[in-house]
Design a protein around this ligand. Structure first.
Ligand code: FE2
Length: 638
């Protein structure tokens, strides 16, 4: 008789227990154990452990699978059961872990592989069969949403049902507010007090919620005819604009993507958006100051270029139109498309193509937690035809999809890789750029972690090439995330270890660090409406000398629009009660010593990075804490 000492763990999550009758069977290379009842008439309680001895007439060989089945009791069916893991001690005294972290319904059994990660060509033949079965099942459940934010009801319901049942239901919970912290209230207060100032206007291009638009200006765009004379006051008679451009001190923010996008009707009133060009100057004392603003792309008499030397309200109105344009660029391109929707594509490709025993499934799955749920909510409540953004932002209505399509068409791989993006925008040396400084450190920490993992599982480039599951994974990302466009620079296959390491770094960075940088400060920067109006109800001024304080108030959105904007950004900046910080992986998925050490090293690196955040913030009037490690979530979850 061969005795397998088995421990069955019910997860410690809401509603995890069940009275359904649960059966377990062990499967090894030499045969299967009898099917045993785990609970009979007992309830499997949340957080509990059941010890079972499974007796087999024969040696089962190498255990590689367990099967879990649930049946309803005679009288009634109980709720699904959440199994976190099963451990088995073999007659040879070897402990085998089966990570589950899944819900078992009476409708569908679960087949759980052991925890030792395997690539498809290092797996045993029986294991390869199980991989195929698992992926076939998942590909039936999980279907891509289109990147423009629309989806059919059938696809939507299918994905929602399966994400709830298969993978993520443990994580439901109502959000609590991160913004109740004193630091955040200070941020909001600071914005309220400084929103009119040029220095703060410039600061936001680097350390606000949209640090993705500004670039060094090496040549003025043809449609932005600023002359040396026009801006000489900004240089206090020292150098000219041409000379300052040569010295690398001039920067540009161009909102060209908004050109030609129709604005919404709100409360039966036409709304307006500008497509501005902004010129900024890095002063000798390292401030970034706006020196010229043109609100429409086509130069002309009805499209004056505004300067700080203009009247107070001419200049302030020009800045308000820029901030309102930045709301659109930030929410739709920087936040929704480049973090939420891309992370969804990565998560979908992972669930469809990598079986749970694949090392990269284990690596990536914590970085997709909650992403489907929050995106489904965003599709329903924010950008659907009667969503909050559709109803209360100038970009709502048909402009929203036009804009998203333009933004999706402009996506490139290198713009998603922080070091390359910073270099391409010429921002390597601009001072006081905290997003870059923190982001680069975090990029390197994640890169080192990913490199360790990939090198442990892939001995050589040929292993990467031969991993058919991985190649399908990147193929689907190329097709569904980047619309099969070679010019995006996204690979459609992987040939080498470094290529794979870089791509995986980008995937994890996007879901965690990048999302934190562009998400967590929304309440601070958008909560005070004049700093970031979601809509404006008068057009950009066409002549100078017409703007007054009254014009400004008439241009700001109605109070209901303002209130909806505030409620939305407050919610979007909130933190869920079961927030998991970057590098925190409570679900045991890896068992080998090297990956466990790499996770430990990642956590140490993040802690060391975080320890001097407070020191680095000393002396700053506005703290930059969006990339403090405890503020970065593993995944796009809000
Ligand atoms: Fe978000």
């Amino acid at each position: 008789m061969f005795i397998y000492k088995t421990k069955v763990f019910t997860g410690n999550v809401l509603s995890a227990g069940t009275r359904n009758s649960v059966c377990l069977q062990l499967v090894g290379t030499k045969g299967s154990s009898p099917v045993v009842h785990i609970n009979k008439l007992l309830m499997l309680k949340r957080g509990s452990v059941r010890n079972i001895e499974i007796k087999s007439q024969k040696d089962l060989g190498q255990l590689y699978l367990i099967r879990l089945n649930a049946k309803k009791l005679i009288l009634r069916q109980d709720k699904d059961w959440f199994c976190s893991k099963v451990t088995v001690t073999t007659p040879e005294n070897e402990e085998v872990l089966f990570p589950c972290y899944n819900w078992l319904s009476t409708e569908e059994p679960l087949a759980i592989r052991d925890a030792t990660a395997k690539l498809v060509f290092t797996d045993i033949p029986e294991g390869r069969v199980e991989r195929e079965k698992e992926l076939e099942k998942r590909q039936g459940y999980f279907k891509y949403f289109p990147l423009d934010g629309k989806c059919t009801r059938t696809v939507f319901l299918s994905v929602l049902k399966q994400t709830v049942h298969l993978t993520f239901r443990e994580q439901f919970g109502s959000p609590s507010s991160r913004k109740a912290t004193s630091d955040s209230l200070l941020g909001f207060q600071y914005v309220k007090e400084h929103w009119e100032e040029d220095e703060f206007f410039g600061y936001q291009f680097l350390n606000g919620i949209n640090p993705m638009l500004i670039q060094r200006c090496s040549k003025l765009p043809d449609n932005f005819p600023v002359t040396d004379d026009m801006v000489k006051a900004s240089f206090q008679g020292q150098l000219t604009l041409t000379e300052e451009i040569q010295n690398g001190n001039i920067y540009l923010a161009d909102y060209a993507r908004l050109n030609g996008i129709p604005a919404n009707m709100i409360n039966n009133k036409q709304q307006y958006m500008a497509a501005p060009l902004v010129l900024l100057y890095k002063t000798a004392d390292d401030k970034l100051m706006p020196i010229a603003i043109q609100l429409k792309q086509k130069p002309g008499e009805d499209n004056p270029i505004f300067f700080p030397t203009d009247s107070k309200y001419d200049w302030l109105m020009a800045k308000i139109f820029v901030r309102s344009a930045d709301f659109v660029e930030h929410e739709l391109t920087t936040h929704l498309l480049r973090t939420h929707l891309l992370s969804e594509v990565f998560a979908m490709a992972t669930l469809r193509n990598l079986p749970p025993i694949h090392p990269l499934y284990k690596l990536l799955i914590p970085h997709s937690r909650y992403t489907f749920q929050i995106n489904i909510q965003a599709r329903n409540d924010l950008i659907s035809d009667d969503g909050i953004i559709s109803k209360n932002a100038a970009i709502g209505g048909k402009g929203l999809n036009m804009f998203l399509k333009k933004a999706a068409a402009a996506l490139t791989y290198s713009s998603l890789c922080l070091p390359e993006d910073i270099a391409a925008r010429g921002l390597e040396s601009i001072p006081n750029f905290y997003y870059r400084d923190n982001g680069e450190k975090l990029w390197n920490i994640i890169h080192s972690y990913v490199e360790g993992m990939v090198k442990f599982y892939y001995d050589s480039d040929s292993h990467v090439e031969d991993d058919s599951e991985l190649q399908k994974w990147i193929g689907e990302i190329f097709t569904h995330g980047f619309l099969e466009k070679q010019e995006t620079g996204v690979p459609k296959s992987f040939g080498t270890v470094p290529e794979l390491v870089k791509f995986l770094t980008m995937v994890i960075f996007t879901a965690s660090v990048q999302h934190a940088a562009v998400n967590n400060g929304q309440h601070d920067f958008v909560g005070w409406m004049p700093n970031c109006p979601t809509s404006l109800q008068k057009g950009p001024p066409t002549t100078k000398g017409q703007c007054t304080e009254e014009t400004m108030w008439e241009t700001f959105p109605d109070i209901d629009v303002t209130a909806y904007g505030l409620i939305t950004v407050n919610l979007l900046s909130s933190q869920s009660p079961d927030f998991r910080a970057l590098g925190s992986f409570p679900n045991e998925r890896f068992v080998e010593a090297t990956p466990l050490k790499l996770i430990e090293k990642l956590q140490e690196d993040l802690q060391a990075y975080g320890e001097d955040i407070e020191t680095r913030n000393v002396g700053r009037p506005l703290l930059y804490l969006y990339l403090a490690p405890e503020e970065i979530e593993n995944s796009v979850a809000i």
